[in-house]
Design a protein around this ligand. Structure first.
Ligand code: FAD
Length: 324
């Protein structure tokens, strides 16, 4: 059942019609619990509140699977605006971005130029830019772009997904970078990635240990208390200094645990915001169908019912096609 629900929500996350509908409706389906607003003013308020709790933020101006130049340029403008605000307001925050939002799916050089504008501006202010990793289809192009920018700017890093068989190879390639390590959020083919949770978890621990021992800086991004307990023990036993790593979690998840970890370690909350909240939110439901509670709480909202009804019907009729 869990596997079917995962497929269901991942398919929904990529559906063009529903993405457009969600943009029209604004934050719905309970997404407001895990998305920090639709505009910069709202996100700044949240960053200030979290900074006061000793929590740093990585800000994601939501958007992905972009296929038009104008849309990618709009995304770049929004990200540059967030960078200016982080600098002007002296916020403890950096940027997470998805290269497909900036044109990677249709023009690699155009995407590179957009990324260069962003990374160059952030570099001027000493702000770090994280390249979030998406599906295997764009993974290596994204890695290449980041590596190319790293020749010019040192404020870039990326994410290693432990479900890939060759994640160890990826982590060794980027040993000298600041890296976020995650389990992996997308549906990947069985010839490229582990599908069994135990295998993904075992590889996850192996990669974290490797980068803690050999890498530059490690962001351990998980809500899994077993992994966190393992890391706490590992850093103690291996005398790994607290300034070599941080824990990261997504905004709105395990909030008490986030606040507690921030009293002992470097801690960073991933803060998504913007009108393109829908794909992000559906992937969170895919990971953990219990997150449906967030939706159920909104069930008396009429528009929510309409959206869910349309979504379920479209899925059942097999009309949902994977976006390229
Ligand atoms: C900051 C951050 C950035 C990320 N960036 C990327 C990225 O760039 N690319 C990418 O592919 N993926 C990314 N991810 C998603 C990641 O790959 C996983 O899909 C996601 O984090 C779920 O895995 P998990 O390690 O949190 O724990 P899971 O394997 O989902 O859960 C393990 C156990 O932890 C407990 N648990 C988990 N969540 C909760 C909860 N909300 N409440 C109570 N208990 C809970 C449960 O006991 C569960 O069985 C990111 C995740 C985070 C936190």
């Amino acid at each position: 059942m869990a596997v079917n629900l995962r497929d269901f929500f991942i398919a929904l996350s990529e559906n063009k019609v529903l993405i457009a509908g969600a943009q029209k409706f604004g934050l719905r389906l309970g997404a407001q619990s895990v998305v920090a607003g639709t505009n910069v003013d709202e996100v700044v308020k949240t960053i200030k509140r979290l900074n006061n709790q000793n929590i740093s933020c990585t800000v994601d101006n939501l958007g992905e699977f972009v296929f038009e130049e104008a849309e990618a340029l709009e995304a770049k403008k929004n990200i540059l605006n967030v960078i200016e605000v982080i600098h002007a307001e002296k916020l403890d925050a950096h940027i997470s971005l998805k290269p497909t939002q900036l044109g990677l799916n249709f023009d690699k050089e155009f995407c590179y130029n957009n990324l260069r504008d962003i990374v160059g501006t952030a570099h001027k202010y000493g702000i770090f830019i994280n390249f979030d990793t998406e599906t295997h289809e764009t993974l290596y192009e994204s890695f290449d772009l980041m590596e190319r920018l790293h020749e010019e700017f040192d404020n870039v890093g990326t994410v290693i997904q432990s479900y890939f068989f060759n994640a160890q190879e990826n982590i060794e390639r980027f040993k000298d970078y600041r890296l976020r390590i995650v389990k992996g959020a997308y549906k990947e083919p069985a010839d490229l990635a582990y599908t069994d949770k135990a295998d993904i978890d075992a590889n996850y621990l192996k990669l974290i240990e490797y980068h803690l021992l050999h890498g530059k800086f490690t962001s351990i991004a998980t809500h899994d208390h077993n992994v966190i307990a393992h890391v706490e023990k590992f850093v103690k036993e291996n005398n790994i200094s607290h300034d070599k790593f941080e824990f990261q979690m997504l905004y709105g998840f395990r909030t008490e645990m986030q606040e507690d970890l921030a009293t002992q370690y470097n801690f960073c909350t991933y803060l998504p915001f913007g009108k393109d909240w829908y794909g992000y939110f559906m992937r969170r439901l895919a990971e953990r169908p219990q997150n449906m509670e967030l939706v159920v709480k909104q069930v008396f909202n009429k528009k929510t019912n309409t959206m869910l009804g349309v979504a379920a019907a479209a899925f059942a009729l097999g009309r949902i096609t994977k976006r390229k």
